[in-house]
Design a protein around this ligand. Structure first.
Ligand code: AGP
Length: 608
């Protein structure tokens, strides 16, 4: 969602804030703004539109001062406009606030303050916070913050500056991410580390209800009742270059190409002497044997990893598996107990619905295991166990390397559980581990065929609709392929289980409709061939994704084919998704879409 930054130090704040906002623009990009204390008052410059618009204004307009906050917005309350952009300022100009999250009871508070004569100018929920701060301020900013957090409901990461305490930046959070960066003679706040990586690697992560007060030479932390806290700093290992485009035109292409390396980093440290070694988790053999059901809960692309996981877990563990989108799981009153294992998947580790699902699982006594990419994120901190995907920062809104590495961790968990409970004969386990180990090199090989996919995309990027079909794990991969295409190219697409077509969706097929058929599962190949014949008979053009050994047979029924390396059945989506990520990328590029920042989307969805 929105990105926030704050700076206090010896340099001019505006350029530092802009630099940080550039790294956070993936979180939201419909408007941006900064507020800096200029020695006399808090001065705000903000504008509707991309960060580049703000940057242009700041080239013309002086914004002197060494203390400030900045924001890049993904609108929730009020359309993108100059006045709804953050920072939001209180009536008397005393407080400026940047916010990520949603204040759910903002209307009640707004009406209450209006009755007391406070004038509001925006439609945002955030303005309520700025107005409340001034309303409750009686010479002590911390006390005013305490009064505000006592009254607001919802989620927030807030950066605050106050004209009457101009040598400080204040920060507080609940259910929205916020970190404090500790520099030399300068300190920062940010929604995530990429915003401050070029300045410092020492960070403290605020927990719910904690408040930070940043001064140039020190940072103090307080609990919700203003009790002082000691917070240890941690060192961030991410490479600065990892958050840069490094010569690629888009982060998405860079991240697609990073998948072989990311897979290697995620898999190889966890395979030792012919065994899966998961040192990072504490599950015992007895606990694994005691599980009666596994739940996999996530959103978007991470949910699609769950769709693959269902097949892997059922095959390897013969355990009942339920896969759910987090926004449904959290409100459907799932039946859980201490014999339930709930696997939570999230790249960011901050997705609001996924976090709420994790909390619901814990509340009901289930054992929770998170698969997360962002180290130290809220989901990672709250789950009983966490397995990190070592994908490095994923900046493009469309997830690619997170998907691949999450899949790899799912295979590792399923194989580990099978290994620990002795469910797999040694030879079979060895075969799977060999297949897992081979994935990075196979992905590398597959990604060498970019031009072929680029050519396919050039033939179909003008299509209005496309359909992806598959069976078993090929259907799970179709879900992700379809999401990728629609989110960045805006081409309408649907994914269907191939066997379901004849129950309705086949009515959508007409002369020239493109159907992408994923047919990598040898076991179900003949069934797929029948379904392909059915759509061809109704005029569809079919692109088949398959493995080398099945190509010849597939060529008899399809208009064109693309081959991916063969692997263990349940790992096939790790291969079949690669050409389809490329297909979405090229189609979006040919349509002139903004690939890294697709319309209406944001990278980290920290609101419901
Ligand atoms: C993927 O391309 C999307 N941007 C989106 O579906 C994403 O996977 C989803 O919002 C979940 O995010 P998370 O993995 O950070 O929880």
């Amino acid at each position: 969602m929105c990105g926030i930054v704050g700076y206090i130090g010896g340099e001019q704040a505006a350029p530092v804030l802009l630099h940080g906002l550039k790294r956070l623009e993936y979180r939201g990009y419909d408007s941006a703004g900064v507020a800096v204390y200029n020695g006399k008052a808090v001065q705000v410059v903000k504008s509707k539109g991309r960060l580049a618009v703000l940057e242009g204004i700041l080239r013309e307009e002086e914004l002197p001062g060494t203390v400030g906050i900045g924001h890049t917005r993904w609108a929730t309350h009020g359309a993108p406009s100059d006045v709804n952009s953050h920072p939001q300022v209180s009536d008397g100009g005393l407080f400026a606030v940047v916010h990520n999250g949603i204040i759910e009871n903002y209307l009640d508070i707004k009406n209450h303050l209006k009755r007391r004569g406070v004038e509001f100018v925006s439609d945002t929920d955030t303005e309520v916070v700025a107005q409340m701060l001034e309303h409750y301020y009686q010479g002590d900013v911390l006390e005013a913050i305490r009064q505000v957090i006592l009254r607001v409901e919802g989620s927030y990461a807030l950066g605050i500056i106050c004209a009457s305490c101009p040598e400080k930046v204040y920060a507080v959070r609940k259910d929205s991410p916020l970190i404090v960066g500790l520099g030399e003679g300068e300190n920062f706040i940010a929604s995530d580390v990429t915003a401050i990586l070029s300045r410092t690697r020492r960070v403290c992560r605020l927990k719910d209800g904690e408040i930070a007060v940043l001064e140039q030479g020190r940072v103090s932390f307080f609990g919700p009742d203003l009790e002082p806290l000691e917070k240890p700093a941690e060192q961030v290992e991410w490479d600065v270059a990892a958050a840069e485009k490094g010569g690629y035109e888009h982060f998405m292409m860079k991240e697609i190409c990073e998948q072989p390396e990311a897979l290697g980093k995620t898999i190889s440290p966890r395979l030792r002497e012919g065994r899966v070694v998961l040192d990072d988790i504490s599950l015992t053999r007895e606990e694994i044997e005691n599980f009666s059901r596994v739940y996999i809960v996530a959103c978007g692309t991470s949910y699609h990893v769950g769709a693959v996981a269902k097949y892997a877990f059922e095959k390897l563990l013969r355990l009942p598996i339920e896969v759910d989108v987090a926004s449904e799981f959290r409100y459907r009153d799932p039946v859980l107990d201490e014999r339930s294992l709930v696997i939570i998947i999230s790249q960011s580790g901050e997705t609001a619905d996924t976090l709420a699902a994790l909390r619901e699982a814990k509340r009901q006594g289930a054992r929770t295991l998170a698969i997360v990419n962002v180290v130290g994120s809220t989901i990672a901190a709250e789950a009983d166990d966490v397995l990190y995907t070592w994908a490095g920062p994923e900046i493009a809104v469309a997830s690619t390397k997170a998907y691949s590495t999450q899949l790899a961790v799912i295979y590792l968990i399923a194989l580990y559980m099978a290994q620990e409970t002795g469910r797999l004969p040694g030879e079979e386990l060895a075969g799977y581990l060999k297949a897992l180990e081979a994935l990075p090199a196979q992905a590398e090989r597959c990604l060498r065929e970019k031009e072929t996919i680029q050519y396919f995309a050039s033939q179909y990027f003008n299509a209005h609709d496309m359909y992806f079909i598959g069976r078993n794990v090929d259907y799970a991969a179709s879900l992700e392929a379809s999401l990728k295409l629609k989110e960045i190219s805006y081409i309408h697409s649907e994914a269907y289980t191939a066997g379901e077509l004849k129950h309705g969706p086949i009515s959508l097929i007409e002369e020239g409709t493109l159907v992408i058929a994923i047919c990598t599962c040898g076991r179900l190949f003949d069934k797929m061939m029948s379904n392909i014949r059915e759509v061809k008979a109704r005029g569809a053009v079919v692109l088949g994704i398959t493995t080398e050994e099945l190509r010849e047979k597939l060529a008899q029924e399809t208009d064109c084919q693309f081959c991916v390396p063969a692997t263990a059945d349940f790992m096939l989506p790790s291969m079949s998704i690669l050409p389809l990520q490329l297909f979405a990328y090229y189609a979006a590029g040919m349509k002139g879409c903004d690939i890294d920042k697709p319309r209406n989307l944001a990278k980290s969805v920290t609101v419901e």
